[in-house]
Ligand binder design. Structure first.
Ligand SMILES: *Cc1c(COP(=O)(O)O)cnc(C)c1O
Length: 370
């Protein structure tokens, strides 16, 4: 090969490294010669409940029309969301997962040399899409593993285009109160976009946890991103949405690829919005699982970071990769977070009662072996 195409790629892409997803069950089965049925995956914050029956039925009734393009404007899903959230359909942008929304907002506002402010230990996609556009990522040190919103507001300068706030944050599970968030929004100049990522919104029931959608009328520079991948249990279908002012939604729709959400995803998402019992059940299972894991860690004398998401980070000082590998060999997939500047932690997603128990048992065995 005589041409080095990597030198011809745009500068943002040259220095990019791909997102590292959790290891799929089938891949581990192949690597370790394990039976897929004996493997549990607690690595990608997926819903352990299995999909909503109503979503499955909605998908079934869509199948006969697979030869057709989906509704590129997502009329029914936008209508259902509009009704549920009390916003106009013109304020909604649909994404192939909410990751799409994060990318659209960066595409709209960031070009070479612009700055984007993120917190230390924040979700990796923000940095990825920013660098792709040639933007520079300004990372603000975390405070007790969470966002230091005051310092983030202070990091804003004339080059800043977007500030990303994750509430709660993944992978730390930390969250900001309504008072903290509104002081931050008050401090950020109105010409700078604030992307509030609420991927785990449905799991949180703290009294002073803010609802981003309710803040939109006060802060026209706010974009709220939510997803059907977590509490709604549709990670594989890739569907999420942004809620913002009509003008910001119009801009995002200009960079949105046509037909970015397929017909099965659209139908399933509409069905899920109406299946409130499913979301309630997901949350209950998560609450119980969180208590189970917290108690289990305490019994093993393992430190953990309090989380309001469907996952929790635990500390295994100096041994995170060894424990990760050990768990893999025993058929349990969790997530290393060294690439989030957390080399002593691992993140485990909350599973079913049995999955959590199995994870704790294998962890106990590994810790006893060391
Ligand atoms: C899971 C997650 C998302 C959503 O991912 P999609 O599947 O693309 O909707 C967004 N932000 C954070 C912080 C997440 O953890």
């Amino acid at each position: 090969m005589t041409i080095d195409f990597s030198k011809l790629a745009v500068p943002g892409v040259q220095q990019l490294s791909p997102y590292q997803p959790g290891k799929p069950i089938d891949e581990l089965a192949r690597e370790f010669g394990l039976n897929p049925a004996d493997i549990i995956k607690l690595a990608s914050n997926e819903n352990p409940l299995g999909p909503s029956k109503k979503a499955l039925a909605a998908i079934d009734s869509e199948l006969a029309d697979l030869t057709r393009y989906p509704d590129g404007n997502g009329f029914e899903l936008k209508s259902a969301l509009s009704e549920k959230l009390g916003v106009s359909t013109k304020q909604i942008t649909l994404g192939n997962g909410s990751s799409d929304i994060l990318e659209f907002i960066v595409k709209c506002f960031v070009s070479q040399g612009d700055e984007v402010v993120v917190s230390q230990h924040a979700f990796a996609i923000y940095g990825l899409v920013t660098r792709m556009q040639g933007g520079n990522v300004v990372q603000v040190p975390a405070k007790n593993w969470g966002h230091d919103l005051e310092a983030m507001a202070q990091a804003v300068n004339e080059k800043t285009k977007i500030v990303f706030v994750t509430n709660p944050n993944n992978p730390t599970g930390t969250w900001s109160t309504k008072a903290q968030l509104t002081s931050f929004l008050d401090a950020v100049p109105e010409n700078i976009i604030v992307l509030l990522d609420e991927a785990y919104f449905e799991y949180v029931d703290k009294a002073d946890y803010p609802n981003g959608v309710e803040l939109l009328s006060t802060y026209p520079n706010l974009v709220v991103a939510r997803t059907f991948s977590k509490a709604y249990g549709l990670a594989s279908l890739r569907v999420g949405y942004g809620v913002s002012s009509e003008q910001l939604a119009d801009l995002m729709n200009r960079v949105r690829p046509p037909f970015n959400v397929d017909s099965l995803a659209l139908a399933a998402a509409v069905a899920c919005i109406k299946d409130e019992a499913y979301v309630r059940q997901s949350k209950e299972l998560n609450d119980q699982g969180m208590l189970q894991l917290e108690a289990g860690f305490d019994q093993l004398n393992v430190n953990w970071i309090p989380s309001v998401g469907n996952f929790i980070c635990f500390e295994v000082p100096g041994r995170a990769m060894e424990i990760y590998q050990g768990l893999l060999s025993r058929g349990v997939i969790v997530r290393p977070v060294a690439n989030y500047e957390m080399p002593n932690h691992l993140r485990v997603s909350i599973g079913t009662q049995q999955e959590n128990q199995r994870f704790l048992l294998e962890l106990k065995g590994l810790l006893a072996d060391l």
